[in-house]
Design a protein around this ligand. Sequence first.
Ligand code: TGC
Ligand code: FAD
Length: 388
Amino acid sequence: PAELRPTDFLGIDHLLDDEERMIRDTVRKFVAEQVTPHVGDWFEEGTIPRDLPARIGKLGLLGMHLSGYGCAGTSATAYGLACLELEAGDSGVRSLVSVQGSLAMYAIWRWGSEEQKQQWLPRMAAGEAIGCFGLTEPDSGSDPGSMRTRARRDGDDWVLNGQKMWITNGSIADVAVVWAATDEGVRGFAVPTDTPGFSAPEIHKKLSLRASITSELVLDDVRLPDSARLPEATSLRGPLSCLNEARFGIVFGAAGAARACFEAALDYAKTRIQFDQPIASFQLVQAKLANMAVEVNRATLLALHLGRMKDEGRLRPEHVSMGKLANVNAALEVARTARQVLGANGITLEYPVIRHMNNLESVVTYEGTADIHQLVIGGALTGIQAFR
Ligand code: TGC
Ligand code: FAD
């Protein structure tokens, strides 16, 4: 029989191949050395180091599941495992990688021209150029079809006006993938952020995902040549296809955040003495640990299953919705339980738990809220769309 290990109770490691284990171990080591010791400070200061994207680029994680243009071309499962390890460090660090690789780079890779791919992707894979992805607006979140940002033709050019909101990496980006309504439907643009009329004021006072830059994008008569338009994207399907990619990474990532909270609670429970005993010896605490272990193992198995489906070309957006809904809700539950196990220590940045718990409040909202994913699943189950 398999060995019983508290941190991999079901022996899920056995389901990975050598390359997947190697990538997982490399990212785990990077997180242990370069993220975990510092991320509490980054969170407190509300920032990330400016050279972090280049350090992650050097590891080959940016756009790692894409092929060509300096990207590693790994399996989807390997990319997921990298997201899991990154988010065990912090959801903000995984967000940086998701937005760069699955949203900005993927948009250019999937919908861009050959010239745009050559121009942006190799530098983005190296972390030398940062991308952001502007879909959400102040009055258009779950319903991106209601966007007000407009692109109008002016001779051979396009002129963009509008505002995007809650944009990860916005004010550190070199290129903003901006989605805008036109007379012919939704179109995407690769906007160099030094274009006149473009600005990206940072959003402050966040209590969640603080080790991540979040910004507005303001487009004030931003004039672009037609060569900045992503030529293959001709409807809302353009941006929504990118969301599938990023949501897939979150399915794995949430399992990582949950694992980190569970491990912190398990460690703490074994060493914290009350009533002359480790609190791990109390039945109520063991019940919490057992429930957390169930959720972490279940979330990891679900992520791996979706990874295998994606690598076999069988994954549908509705499957991704189930994964995102289940795993982020599970991670939130684990984080809230772990926080209680840590008592007062559970509220400080000396331990990872409340940081993860607060981060997950963003993760459950972005990339489609839990409600939206319930409605996607509900629509698939019943054949009845209940969004509107
Ligand atoms: P609907 O009429 O159903 O579809 C419009 C067009 O899109 C196609 N489509 C999809 N294509 C690919 N993947 C999907 N998941 C798709 N869902 C729909 C559809 O076939 C159609 O194509 P076409 O060619 O026929 O026009 O669209 P709807 O307006 O009813 O909306 C559906 C809904 C509500 C599911 C969708 O709008 C939605 O997912 N809303 C949530 C918005 C969201 O998730 N925003 C995320 C913004 S980015 C972000 O949060 C980044 S945070 C990242 C980080 O920091 O880690
Ligand atoms: P709303 O859509 O206004 O929803 C408010 C509430 O109403 C939610 O509970 C929602 O579930 C519910 N609701 C809405 N419609 C329905 C319905 N039909 N039925 C039932 N309930 C409904 N966006 C980007 O484009 N790029 C980014 O890089 C990005 N990064 C982000 C980073 C952070 C830290 C955060 C917090 C958000 C980010 N977002 C980004 C925005 C994110 O995608 C949106 O917040 C999300 O899509 C929800 O939109 P909203 O906040 O406007 O909420």
